[in-house]
Design a protein around this ligand. Structure first.
Ligand code: PGA
Length: 249
C-alpha cells in the first residue's frame, strides 16, 4: 500500500520566530491520521522544529544534503549531521537546486547513494521545462532523469524513495499543470517503474505532485488515481492554506 504524503517545502523563508509561530498555528488543526505530513525548514531550524514536533505526527525533512560524510566542503551539510539531529528524510534534486546550484543527475546520483547508505529517506524531485513540454519531449526528459538516478538503485532501496513530479514551469509561477497533465505524467512514471522493476513495486511507490498547489486546486489534483500527495512551496508558509491542502488529500 502506498502512502499518502503532503510535504511543505519552506525553502529559504521564515525566521525561527516565524517558523515556531507557523507550527503553533498548525497545531490548531486536526489532520487525517492515515497520511504523512512533512515540513522542510531551512537547515538552521531543523533541530528546533524537530524538537517542537516531537510528540506530533508531523515529520521534519531537510531540503538538501551533501554526498560526502564530512570534509572540506564549506557551507554544506552531511547525512551524518542530519542523522545526529534525528532527521531521516530529505528532499533531493529540487529544480531550484538543479538550476541555481548546478546540481546535475551525476551529482544527485551520489547524493541518492549516500542518503540510502545512511538510511535517509528521499523525496526525489524530477520535472521538465516548458520548452520540453512544448516540443513534446517531456516524457523522454523525465525518463532520462529517472534512468540517470533512481533507476540505478536496487529494488529494496525503493522503500526509501518518494518521487515528486514538479514541472519547472509550474513552480512558484501560479501556473499549475492541469489534473489531466499531472495524472498522465504520474501514470507514465509508475509505468516506467513497473517496466524497470515490477508491478508490485510500482504500486507501492508514492508519487507526489508539486507546482503551485493551492487550496483551490488541491482537491482536483489529489483526486487523480496516481497522485499520492503534494510537495507544497508557497502555500506551505500559511497555516490555513497548508491545513486546507492537507485536508484535501
Ligand atoms: P510552489 O513550490 O508550491 O511554490 O510552486 C513547489 C516546490 O517548489 O516544491
Amino acid at each position: 500500500m502506498r502512502q499518502k504524503i503532503i510535504a511543505g517545502n519552506w525553502k529559504m523563508n521564515n525566521t525561527n520566530f516565524d517558523s515556531l509561530l507557523l507550527i503553533d498555528e498548525l497545531m490548531n488543526y486536526s489532520f487525517p491520521p492515515d497520511l504523512r505530513i512533512v515540513v522542510s525548514p531551512p537547515y538552521t531550524q531543523l533541530s528546533l522544529i524537530n524538537e517542537k514536533l516531537k510528540n506530533l505526527k508531523i515529520e521534519v525533512s531537510s531540503q538538501n544534503m551533501h554526498y560526502e560524510s564530512n570534509g572540506a566542503f564549506t557551507g554544506e551539510i552531511s547525512a551524518l549531521m542530519l542523522k545526529s539531529i534525528n532527521v531521516y528524510l530529505t528532499i533531493l534534486g529540487h529544480s531550484e537546486r538543479r538550476t541555481y546550484f548546478n546540481e546535475t543527475d551525476q551529482i544527485l546520483l551520489k547524493k541518492i547513494r549516500k542518503a540510502l547508505e545512511e538510511d535517509i529517506e528521499i523525496i526525489f524531485c524530477i520535472g521538465e521545462e516548458l520548452s520540453d513540454r512544448k516540443s513534446r519531449n517531456h516524457f523522454n526528459f523525465i525518463k532520462n532523469q529517472l534512468e540517470n538516478t533512481v533507476f540505478l538503485q536496487k529494488y529494496d532501496s525503493w522503500k526509501k524513495i518518494i518521487i515528486a513530479y514538479e514541472p519547472i514551469w509550474a513552480i512558484g509561477t501560479g501556473e499549475t499543470a492541469s489534473p489531466d497533465q499531472i495524472q498522465e505524467m504520474h501514470s507514465f512514471i509508475r509505468g516506467l517503474i513497473s517496466e524497470k522493476y515490477d508491478h508490485s513495486l510500482a504500486n507501492s511507490v508514492s508519487i507526489i505532485y508539486g507546482g503551485s498547489v493551492k487550496p483551490s486546486n488541491a482537491e482536483n489534483i489529489f483526486y487523480q488515481p496516481d497522485v499520492d500527495g503534494g510537495l507544497i512551496g508557497g502555500a506551505s508558509l500559511d497555516s490555513k492554506d497548508f491545513a486546507s491542502i492537507v485536508n484535501a488529500l
